[in-house]
Design a protein around this ligand. Structure first.
Ligand SMILES: Nc1ncnc2c1ncn2[C@@H]1O[C@H](COP(=O)(O)OP(=O)(O)OP(=O)(O)O)[C@@H](O)[C@H]1O
Ligand SMILES: [Mg+2]
Length: 373
């Protein structure tokens, strides 16, 4: 790996100021989650604004004109990998994806004539801020765009998925908590339609945190969500569960209900920490509760090809998980935090953006994996 003068660990210790280039301006954003990552640079030569945030030579040189602009105009899919790569010309020629493997073609799925039974996907990683909620919303919206009926389950008492779809969790009378804990509660009473056609939501709020405690004394406590979702299986093609950042009883419920797990991993230094514990938990659920459960894939998120750091982390993830890593990689762009404020998926908020294209490609990759079975 070329390091271009990077003094390794110290390069990783820069703190969380992120320079993100938008088409018109340069913005600096700091989020709670970006504690170890300061690796972002505006690759435009002579841009004073970002220079002050890159005191270390933590970046390799990007040839002029070859930088990843997350907000560039949407390019057709075969080109998408190239937008994530500094050597765009070579990658376009060889169709090498950002994971370093040849990028397969994921066909646009045909329309469905009938729906269900649903495949249930748990979006799971006990590490916080890795893109679980963002991926749930946008994968769901992209699947719905392709004509699949989608139900999103907010299974995090923080209610971030609900907020991200424009719902105020504080104002909800009924949530997924009621569906779990009250016998006889019909899912229809809790379900909300979203602004995206074909996509519904089981919302949540802080009430759900009580379920974790109350479920402990229930019979078959790990399969409570599975039982609650059963009557909905015929109505949907995909049910995507947004897990909370823990491996507690709620997450075990999601894994027990699911057929597939998607593990989003942020492309930063500590990405692989804790993954062993997560895979162990998945294996235990497989053995004891849900033999059908499978890891569908590891999704690299918040990738920025301009940084050696991001590329090294992605290479290490591919080394560790090989074919389990999705070919689709989600780039880092300020458009995602913006969509949370807007309360809608990126596929409608910035339909032509590279971020929207990425989640559409992920939807096609997920569909291709399901059909390959
Ligand atoms: N590809 C991306 N580029 C830039 N920012 C992103 C990207 N994906 C997610 N984010 C932002 O990172 C933050 C964390 O993302 P998100 O809420 O999806 O993670 P999470 O894993 O669900 O977090 P939690 O563990 O707290 O539930 C959010 O502010 C989100 O807008
Ligand atoms: Mg979340």
């Amino acid at each position: 790996m070329p390091t271009a003068g990077v003094s390794a660990p110290s390069g990783f210790e820069a703190v969380g100021s992120v320079a993100v280039r938008t088409s018109a301006t340069t913005q600096h954003t700091t989020t709670d989650h970006q504690t170890t990552d300061g690796q972002h640079v505006n690759a435009t030569a002579g841009n004073e604004g970002s220079r002050e945030h890159t005191p270390l030579a933590a970046y390799d040189e990007v040839p002029e004109g070859h930088f990843y602009d997350p907000d560039a105009e949407y390019e057709p899919d075969p080109e998408y990998a190239a937008t994530l790569a500094p050597d765009a010309a070579r990658q376009r020629r060889e169709r090498i994806g950002p994971t370093g493997r040849p990028l397969p073609y994921f066909p646009i799925p045909g329309p469905l004539t009938d729906h269900g039974p649903a495949k249930i996907i748990a979006m799971c990683n006990q590490k916080g801020g890795v893109g679980k909620t963002t991926s749930t919303i946008n994968l769901g919206a992209a699947l719905a765009e392709y004509g699949r009926r989608v139900l999103l389950v907010d299974f995090d008492p923080q209610g971030a998925l609900s907020v991200g779809l424009g719902v105020n969790p504080m104002e909800l009378d009924l949530t997924v908590y009621n569906l779990l804990m009250e016998r006889g509660m019909a899912a229809d009473e809790v379900l909300l339609k979203t602004a995206v056609p074909n996509m519904d939501l089981l919302p949540s709020n802080i009430d759900l945190s009580a379920a974790e405690v109350q479920l402990v004394s229930e019979v078959a406590r790990e399969s409570t969500l599975q039982r609650a979702l059963k009557p909905l299986m015929q109505d949907y093609d995909y049910i995507v569960i947004d897990c909370q950042p823990s491996l507690g009883l709620l997450t075990v419920n999601a894994l027990t209900a699911a057929h597939k797990v998607i593990v989003p991993l942020e492309c930063e230094f500590f990405a692989l920490r804790g993954v062993a514990l997560l895979t162990e938990t998945i294996e235990k659920v497989q053995e004891r509760l849900n033999p059908d459960l499978e890891l569908d894939g590891i999704l690299a998120t918040m990738y920025d090809s301009r940084t050696v750091h991001s590329r090294e982390v992605l290479a290490r993830v591919v080394e560790a998980f090989d074919e389990n890593v999705y070919h689709t990689v989600i780039g880092r762009t300020v458009r995602f935090p913006e969509t949370t404020v807007a309360g809608e998926p990126i596929t409608t908020y910035a339909s032509n953006s590279v971020g929207a294209a990425a989640y559409r490609q992920l939807a096609r990759e997920v569909l291709a994996r399901c059909h390959a079975e």
